[in-house]
Write a protein that binds this ligand. Structure first.
Ligand code: PGA
Length: 258
């Protein structure tokens, strides 16, 4: 195992990404306009992304043009095109002007039985289309209680990482399933232990690229806890669900980046 003191030479530029999940109609585009206006007043030293439902990618691309807000999809198919009714390819997401795509979110792993192998294929599809993949992983409460959290997330990372992964085209999001949408958050020590474990695995798999790959924390991030979480070692940003839906909340999380 690599020397952990050398795992991250300098802090990485943070990414604050909003995951709107299955929320948002055309009337909600106003939230992005508000965010754009707030950011113009006080620019921040972080990368910012919103991942709306696919139906809003094109209209949001229009209102975010010229801003620091980047867009992302929430899933992509493994194929670039073809007979897959209801699915969206990475090339289609890229075609809207988006830069990112979330893959392997626990809601998809559960609702759509996505396996690590499928997530790795989706990551490769995202890379081939020129997108940055935000790959989610995290343990369930049962797995945490049984002391298996680190083993589980290490396995998910190794199994879901495509061979095309680099620090530039890949972001990891550690999202404990039990913390998503529940208001529950792991302790700082638990977050740091998880992120260090992921960092070690990334370095083992990708070498120096692994030290430069961003690892986000996700799960009940809100304005009141963002600063504390974002200051933890090896926390290179946040993936925010509920609190990204309102510009007034999301901007506070973005501004928590020190
Ligand atoms: P939450 O969701 O912030 O609403 O807990 C995070 C996520 O699922 O990405």
């Amino acid at each position: 195992m690599a020397n952990t003191s050398k795992l991250q030479a300098k802090p990485l530029r943070k990414l604050i990404a909003g995951n709107w999940k299955m929320n948002g109609l055309s009337k909600d585009i106003g939230e992005i306009k508000r965010l754009h206006t707030l950011l113009k007043k006080t620019p921040v030293q972080a990368d910012i992304a919103i991942c709306p439902p696919a139906t809003l990618l094109v209209p949001m691309a229009q209102v975010t043009r010229g801003s620091d807000i980047r867009l992302g999809g929430q899933d992509c198919h493994v194929a670039q095109s073809g007979a897959h009714t209801g699915d969206i390819s990475a090339a289609m997401i890229k075609n809207t002007g988006a830069r990112y795509v979330i893959i392997g979110h626990s809601e998809r792993r559960t609702d759509h039985n996505e396996t690590n192998a499928m997530v790795a294929q989706k990551m490769e599809a995202a890379h081939n289309a020129g997108l940055i993949a935000i790959m989610c992983l995290g343990e369930t409460l049962k797995e945490r209680k049984s002391g298996k959290a680190l083993a589980i997330i290490g396995g998910q990372l190794r199994g879901s990482l495509a061979k095309t992964a680099t620090a530039k085209n890949t972001v990891i999001a550690y999202e404990p399933v039990w913390a998503i949408g529940t208001g529950l958050v792991p302790t700082n020590a638990e977050i740091m232990a998880a992120h260090l474990h992921l960092r070690k695995n990334l370095v083992k798999k990708l070498g120096v690229e692994g030290a430069k790959t961003r690892i986000l924390y996700g799960g009940s991030v809100k304005p009141s806890n963002a600063e504390e979480i974002l200051n933890l070692v090896n926390v290179d940003g946040a993936l925010v669900g509920g609190a990204s839906l309102k510009a007034s909340d999301f901007i506070q999380i973005i501004r928590s980046v020190g």
